[in-house]
Every structure is written in C-alpha cells, then in structure tokens.
Design a protein around this ligand. Structure first.
Ligand SMILES: [Zn+2]
Length: 476
C-alpha cells in the first residue's frame, strides 16, 4: 500500500560542490559497480547448508571483509546460533527421525555474522549502522538453470540470482563508503553482514540486535541510525513500517489402528491436526493483518492405518508485537483444549516470534522524510509504503529491548524470552531498510535489476551517509 499523499515536510539543501564531485565520482565507478555485481552474483550463496552455498558465503564474506578492512574497518566474526530443531523438516519430529522424505545429512554449522566497524575517527561523529545479507533463495547446484548475471542487449537490465535481493545493495554500499573515503569525507560506520536472512535470521538475530543496541562508553546508543540494503519497494519506494513474522509447528499424536478391523480403537492424529489447522486459521483477522497460515503438512502413514502421528508448519504475521504474542498464546490454548491424553490424543505447538513488528516510529519517519528530501535533490522521487513483508530491519529496530535468549539458546519453543535482568531500554532509533537498488522478480528465476539504479542509488546512499554523519544524529 503506497501512501501517495506523503510529501516531505523537510527540504534538503542543494548539492554542495563537494557533493556534486562525489556524485560524479560515483558515476565514474559505473564499470567497477557492474564488475563487482557480476562477481558477487556469480558466487552462489543460496540454500545453505548446501556445500556450494556454504563455500560461496565464505568466499563472499572474505571478499567483503578485505574491502572493508581497506577502508580501515576492524572486522569481527560473531558465531551463529543454532536454529530451533523443529523449524526444519529434517529429523526434528521427535518420533520420526529422517522420515520426511527431504532428508539431508549435510552438516549445518550456523553461519557466522561479519561485523565491520570503523568507529574511531578524528571527529566525534556518531557512526551509522549499515546492514546487508549475503544469502539468496536460489538453488546453488551446478546444474541449476539460474546461476549467473546476464545483462540485457540494451544494457538497461540484468538478471541473476540475488542481483537485486541484495547483492546490488551490498555493491552500492561498498562503493558509497569507498567513494566517501576517496573524497576525504569522514563517515564512521558499522556494517553488519549476515548469511541467513532469507531463512529467518535465526542464526544472526542475536548479533543483529546486539549491534543495533551497541552503546558507547557513556552508555548511550552508539549508532545514530541503521540503514539496511534491501531493494527499493517499487520505484525508489521506502518501506516505513512492517508487520512482524513468526514460525510455528503443530504436532499431533494419536493411537494407531487397522482401519478395517479396529477403526474404533484408533485415535487419528491427522483428524486432530486438520481440526487444529482450521481452528488456527480462524484466528486470522484480515483487517488488522494478523494471520495464521499452515502450509507444510507431514504424515507418512499408509491410508489403511489410523495415523498416530502428523505435523504441520505454519507462518504467523502480526501488526504489533502484542498481537503476535496473542496469536502465539491462542495457538497454545487451542492445542491444550484439544489434548486428551487419557483418550490417546495430544497436540502441541512450538512458536517463534523471530521477526518483531517494525512500527513506523516518529524517529524512523523523520529519517524517511530526510531520505525523501535528499532524493528529491538528486531527482529521485521517493514514495512511502507499509508492508507485511519482513527483513532484518525488523530485528534492528527492536534491538535488545525486552529480548534475551534462554540458556538453551532458543527459549522453550524458540521464542524470545525475557531475561531476569534485561538491559536498560535505549531510546528508540531510526531504521530504514529499503536503501538498496531497484529491480523486481525477487525470489524468482526472473530476478532483475534496473542497472541505472547502481549509480543512482549509490549516489543517494553516499550523500545520505555524508549528511547524516555531518548532522551527528538523525533529526538534530
Ligand atoms: Zn533481502
């Protein structure tokens, strides 16, 4: 939904001579931008733990680390947390190890998150946090049909796996930082690069939130704002608020019986599961955008047996964190109501609200208006929108407030849990997450980039970084 009525209450200064030079220097980087994009897109990074993807992620991390270190950044690798076992269809259903038919015995070491920081500078400018993901959704197999960057005959577009989501974003961020450094413009930054955004950021969630909530020596929030490099929403569109997203599994257990000889003594797990799915879907409220959707079903038992075990996986969407917690509680309650162990029926749920809702806070809206005003100076009209789609911007804006993992690393059901001593809440900070390139066909074999956006969006990002950094903090 696009709010066409949004007109920036902010006017931006015209470009200074130094800024004009900066934009020209970015234009001169055109072939390097395309060269870097080609290199990154041609390294497959989709569907880890596929070994080709793991190798590709490692290569990409090494490449980006070298470029960021050249800019003077110190790099840390934050070890990844394991995903809750129930999320994946492989071997997680307690009584049915490896019977799901999509068995993978590939080792799945959680990927690390790279954090590059160049914080210590001559000035007391507050750093800006950039955020990007290295993974894609695409098949990395050598015989997969969509593996490389292809430029159209008229050179206006290119297709390739991850070309817009978000390898183009990574490339423009690198070049914006390099162009600023070449121009002698001081922009302290942090740059967090994770490798599992497309599968929910379960392994990098803690690192994302911790970096966003990092404090300086005085205990104040270190970063003035966070900018994630997801593709623009439509033409240069900025998403100013997002719903939240969670994952859910329900598992039913009954009593097996021969359908013909002994049906009455059976207790069907599939029947129980199906009724629970219907009850769960009834929690959906299309007006508020609170949604329960079960899609993936599992039962491997033959039709002439009353099934004693079945499971389903679903996705939750919610407009506020409270509404997400209400959905999770309602699913647990519905399961409890349907559980009659004396009669041989149990149904349980595991829920994780991994992506908190990202409301359009005054801080984030103020930053959006600043971006819109600067983009107008560059001749790039920016619209605002809101979506139920989620990304790492959700986790960055929430930060560590109200969040801590249980000692097992995943809470009782993979849900964030409150620690006995949560950190003191920090003042809210602005987070915008659609500052990457323009294109479309995300998550499809038609994924494409508008090649002009490599230069245009890099110019916008560079000017934005320079001005935000100069201001010291957004809105001040
Ligand atoms: Zn993305």
């Amino acid at each position: 939904m696009t709010d066409a009525s949004t007109r920036s209450p902010v006017t931006a200064e015209p470009l200074s001579d130094a800024e004009r030079k900066l934009t020209m220097s970015i234009m001169a980087r055109w072939s390097k931008l395309l060269g870097d994009l080609t290199e990154l897109v041609n390294i497959p990074t989709g569907r880890a733990p596929h070994p080709i993807a793991v190798e590709g992620l490692n290569r990409t991390r090494t490449l980006l680390r070298a470029r960021l270190e050249k800019l003077g950044a110190n790099c840390d690798f934050i070890p990844g947390d394991p995903r809750p076992a129930w999320l994946d269809r492989v071997g997680q259903v307690s009584s049915l190890p490896d019977r799901v038919g999509q068995v993978s015995n590939l080792p799945s070491t959680p990927p690390p998150t790279l954090v590059a920081r160049r914080l210590a500078t001559k000035s007391d400018r507050r750093p800006i946090l950039l955020s990007g993901h290295l993974d894609t959704v695409h098949d990395p197999s050598p015989d997969a049909p969509f593996r490389t960057l292809t430029v159209s005959a008229d050179k206006t577009k290119a297709t390739g796996p991850g070309v817009v989501d978000m390898k183009g974003g990574l490339v423009i961020a690198l070049h914006a930082l390099e162009a600023l450094a070449d121009a002698g413009i001081d922009v302290p930054f942090g740059f967090i690069l994770n490798s599992d955004e497309e599968t929910g950021s379960f392994s990098s969630d803690r690192a994302l939130r911790a970096e966003a909530s990092r404090t300086d020596r005085a205990g104040a929030r270190l970063y003035s704002c966070a900018l994630a490099l997801e593709p623009a929403n439509g033409t240069n569109g900025l998403v100013t608020s997002r719903g939240g997203s969670g994952q859910c599994m329900i598992e039913a257990k009954g009593r097996a019986a021969h359908v013909g000889r002994d049906f009455a003594s059976g207790r069907s797990a599939t029947d129980l599961l199906a009724r629970m799915i219907i009850a769960g879907h009834k929690l959906t409220n299309p007006i508020t955008g609170d949604i329960v959707n079960f899609s993936t079903l599992f039962c491997d038992q033959p039709p002439n047996q009353v099934a004693d075990h079945a499971a389903a996986w679903g996705n939750l969407r919610y407009h506020t964190q409270e509404s997400g917690e209400k959905l999770a509680a309602a699913i647990q309650r519905l399961c409890a109501e349907r559980t009659t162990p004396a009669d041989g029926r149990t149904i349980t749920a595991a829920v994780s609200l991994i992506r908190p809702a990202k409301p359009g806070t005054p801080e984030t809206l103020a930053l959006a208006y600043q971006v819109q005003a600067i983009a107008a100076v560059l001749g790039q009209p920016v619209t605002f929108s809101t979506t139920s789609g989620v990304c790492d911007g959700n986790n960055l804006q929430a930060g560590l407030d109200g969040w801590h993992r249980s000692p097992t690393g995943a809470g009782s059901h993979g849900s964030p849990t409150r620690d006995s001593q949560p950190p003191a809440p920090l003042p809210p900070f602005p987070v915008l997450d659609t500052l990457g390139v323009r294109g479309g066909g995300l998550h499809t074999p038609q994924e494409w980039i508008d090649l002009a956006s490599l230069v245009e969006r890099c110019q916008l990002l560079a000017i934005l970084l320079s001005r935000l950094s100069n201001a010291g903090a957004v809105g001040c």
